[in-house]
Design a protein around this ligand. Structure first.
Ligand SMILES: Nc1ncnc2c1ncn2[C@@H]1O[C@H](COP(=O)(O)OP(=O)(O)O)[C@@H](O)[C@H]1O
Ligand SMILES: [Mg+2]
Length: 265
């Protein structure tokens, strides 16, 4: 088994000395859902390499396989074929239990629904992963307060979710995802329930977390404006990557919108 931080197994033949290591690597990933009806090919040969500290957006029409790709990278769904490595570790070679522990330690996952517990305060929700482990809040209190500051919620730490806006609730979820200091953050349509002002706050925050904390971020979005905050945009169509876009600077929505239409339209 490779030690964390050892990337010898990561296939990155083009990586020059001094370039960041590949943190997420997918090779030949296919995912076929076998249901009662005919099988659905959700991913049809996806290759992807995401360098450490990069912010990648995944765009594509509804049903193009975006969530499936995120779930496969997060080890929530097993690919039918292909290999996914995170920090050089082959997710498919791990036992279910090892994969669950690896995910808990090395990945933070954010969904469109904020998945906060309504009876807990913002501070307690951020601490939830530790509370679930049966450890006391005081063990992580300083860390939780630091994270509440990162997401600009210090003043609202003692509020319950129903006293917070949608954007604030998502910021609690982001702070919670950072609690264990993961290598990667996976976000599936994190602004899907938010208005445009709150969406911009979330995209700006994710960008800052990649820059300042060196987190590798994969964010699914169908909004060109949001994808414009990323370093690179992966465009999916019918389970395949049909192209990538590189926004020039923050919020390059026009380039992304035009490029996306050309690739996926
Ligand atoms: N659990 C599942 N069982 C069967 N089919 C699924 C399942 N999840 C997704 N699909 C199908 O796989 C395809 C890709 O879905 P998904 O990854 O959710 O796309 P997106 O997130 O881009 O909308 C769709 O056709 C969807 O209906
Ligand atoms: Mg989806």
């Amino acid at each position: 088994m490779t030690a964390p931080g050892d990337f010898r197994d990561t296939p990155s033949p083009l990586r020059a000395v001094g370039e960041p290591p590949v943190v997420v690597a997918a090779e030949g990933v296919r995912k076929v859902y076998e249901g009662s009806g005919s099988p659905v090919v959700a991913l049809n040969g996806v290759d992807l390499a995401v360098p450490a500290g990069a912010f990648y957006a995944i765009m594509g029409a509804s049903g193009s396989g975006k969530s499936t790709l995120l779930h496969v990278v997060g080890g929530l769904t097993r690919p039918t074929d292909g290999v996914v490595r995170v920090e050089g570790q082959d997710l498919g070679a791990m036992s279910d239990r090892a994969r669950t522990i690896f995910r808990r330690r090395r990945m933070g996952i954010i969904f469109q629904e904020y998945n906060l517990l309504p009876t807990l305060t913002a501070r307690e929700n951020v601490a939830l992963p530790v509370l679930v482990d049966g450890r006391p809040l005081r063990d992580v209190e300083a860390r939780v307060d630091e994270l509440l500051a990162v997401v600009h919620l210090t003043a609202r730490a003692d509020h319950r979710p129903d006293a917070l806006s949608g954007g604030e609730q998502q910021r609690v979820a982001i702070a919670r995802a950072l609690l264990n200091d993961p290598a990667i953050i996976l976000a599936d349509e994190p602004t899907g329930n938010l208005d445009s002002k709150q969406s911009v706050e979330i995209w700006t925050l994710l960008r800052r977390i990649a820059r300042e904390q060196g987190k590798t971020i994969l964010m699914v979005t169908h909004e060109a404006q949001g994808a414009g905050f990323a370093d690179r945009v992966i465009v999916l169509k019918d389970g395949r990557i049909v192209g990538t876009l590189e926004p020039k600077g923050a919020a390059d929505a026009a380039l992304v919108a035009t490029g996306y239409q050309e690739l996926a339209g």
